[in-house]
Design a protein around this ligand. Structure first.
Ligand SMILES: CC(C)(COP(=O)(O)OP(=O)(O)OC[C@H]1O[C@@H](n2cnc3c(N)ncnc32)[C@H](O)[C@@H]1OP(=O)(O)O)[C@@H](O)C(=O)NCCC(=O)NCCS
Length: 142
């Protein structure tokens, strides 16, 4: 049997198999559950989060406590990426506590305030106020 190469074979209960978790682990609490096929660089995650399968979070993002991230949500850490950028510094952003991010949302560098709700498939281009709900592309408050 040929085993696929994976960057991290997860032996911890909170991490599903076949995740690619890489870089410097800033915070990866055992109370936070991570589904399969996630790609997370320099993880900086709060307590009691639920991150579902196929989520991509590059370096530069800080995720608060009790954050739900639906399947296939993706985060960017550069508004204007270039293939050749030796001075690259990740932009990223902050997701505050109790945020819900729907499946397939695309989150560009920004801050999402405490308790905000991001609809499935939303494209978030700018900061979202605490306690608000946004949907659509570009995401708008509803
Ligand atoms: C945003 C969400 C939470 C709905 O919130 P809600 O308070 O029930 O909002 P409503 O259903 O009353 O919708 C309010 C408006 O937003 C629109 N809307 C709701 N969700 C939307 C979405 N994901 N994308 C685009 N528009 C959306 C509705 O059509 C409605 O528009 P209208 O006022 O013009 O009719 C929900 O639709 C959603 O996207 N949940 C995420 C589900 C998910 O990803 N689950 C993953 C686990 S499997």
């Amino acid at each position: 049997m040929i085993l696929k190469k994976v960057s991290m074979i997860c032996l911890k209960k909170n991490l599903a198999m076949q995740n690619n978790i890489w870089g410097e682990i800033i915070s990866l609490p055992s109370s936070t559950k991570i589904g399969a096929y996630c790609d997370i660089g320099d993880p900086n995650l709060g307590e009691n989060c639920k991150i579902q399968c196929h989520v991509s979070i590059p370096p530069g993002w800080k995720i608060g406590n009790r954050v739900f991230i639906g399947p296939g949500a993706r985060f960017a850490n550069d508004f204007h990426p270039k293939a050749d950028n030796s001075d690259f510094v990740p932009q990223g952003g902050v997701i505050e506590d109790d945020v819900m991010i729907g499946m397939g949302a695309l989150i560009l560098p920004c801050k999402i305030g405490k308790g905000a709700i991001i609809g499935a498939g939303a494209v978030v281009l700018k900061d979202v106020e605490a306690g608000t709900k946004v949907v659509g592309n570009p995401a708008r408050v509803v």
